[in-house]
Structure formats: structure tokens, C-alpha cells
Design a protein around this ligand. Structure first.
Ligand code: C2G
Length: 130
């Protein structure tokens, strides 16, 4: 079994998230997704439109996602990789290079982002409509 892990907020779930998660799964055959808690989001400087439970529900509903865990801090990646026996760490390439220190524990891959879509664009549209 090749275990893959990735981290994110996944707010206002869109095709960019879907593509990333689908491609991450294709790097192995078991995908763990760590979803940022609402509190951690605030520390990331993000106020998500959807609360944690809602964001979990959407990601859990994807047939190619095998496990969902919570992301509470920047520092949990190393222990997650060890705890779950992860072989591949994947992030979108907007994070290129930022997690190379994890190469000590597993493969680290940055996959191309999907252009012309982001939660912040959707949030602006969402709030503009009000
Ligand atoms: N993503 C993408 N294409 C987009 C938008 C996002 O490929 N158009 C990817 C991002 O690169 C990331 C994942 O989808 O790998 C989740 O994106 P966000 O929900 O914005 O998460 P982020 O704020 O990047 O949080 O510890 C890591 C952080 O939790 C990452």
C-alpha cells in the first residue's frame, strides 16, 4: 500500500481542490486528507466561509479519499507522516519548496495548481452577491 497525505482548508470546495486530491490519490493507493480546523485557519490568516464539519463532509464524500484527519498546527506533518506510515506528501505547487524538510521522512511532491479558480475568488463572488 502506498499512502499519500495532503493538507488544506478546502473552503467552498471547487474543481481545483478536486483535481489536486484526485491527482494526489494517483500518487499512491490510499489518500489521507488533513483539513485545517477553523481555529488553525484563523492562524493561517484565513476565515473560511464553510465551517470545519462542512468542509470535512464534502471531502469525506469523495470516493477516492480514504481518511480525513484534522490539521491543528503547521508542525504536525512530521508526526502525521510517522503515525500513518505515509510514503508520499503532496501539495499544490503554490507551496513549491515549502515542505522540502519532509523529504527526510517521505517523498514530497508539488502538483500544478488548477488555474482560474480559488476559494478567495469564490468568496468575493459570494460576498458580492449579498
Ligand atoms: N489548489 C489547487 N488549485 C487551486 C486551488 C487550490 O491545486 N486552484 C490546491 C492547493 O495548492 C492546496 C490544496 O488545493 O494544495 C488546498 O488548497 P487550500 O484549501 O487553499 O489550502 P491551503 O490554504 O493551501 O492550506 O499546511 C498546509 C495548509 O493547510 C495548506
Amino acid at each position: 500500500m502506498i499512502k499519500v497525505i495532503t493538507y488544506g482548508t478546502f473552503d467552498l470546495f471547487h474543481i481545483g481542490h478536486w483535481n489536486l486530491l484526485n491527482r494526489a490519490k494517483n500518487e499512491g493507493n490510499y489518500l489521507i486528507v488533513a483539513i485545517s480546523s477553523d481555529e488553525f485557519n484563523l492562524r493561517k490568516g484565513k476565515k473560511s466561509q464553510m465551517e470545519f464539519q462542512e468542509r470535512c463532509k464534502v471531502v469525506k464524500s469523495l470516493s477516492f479519499v480514504d481518511k480525513v484527519i484534522v490539521e491543528n498546527s503547521w508542525k504536525q506533518k512530521e508526526s502525521d507522516i510517522k503515525k500513518y506510515g505515509v510514503n508520499v506528501f503532496v501539495m499544490g505547487d503554490d507551496w513549491q519548496g515549502r515542505f522540502d524538510d519532509l523529504k527526510k521522512y517521505c517523498q514530497v511532491k508539488y502538483l500544478p495548481r488548477t488555474s482560474n479558480i480559488s476559494s478567495s475568488i469564490l468568496k468575493k463572488l459570494f460576498n458580492h452577491e449579498k
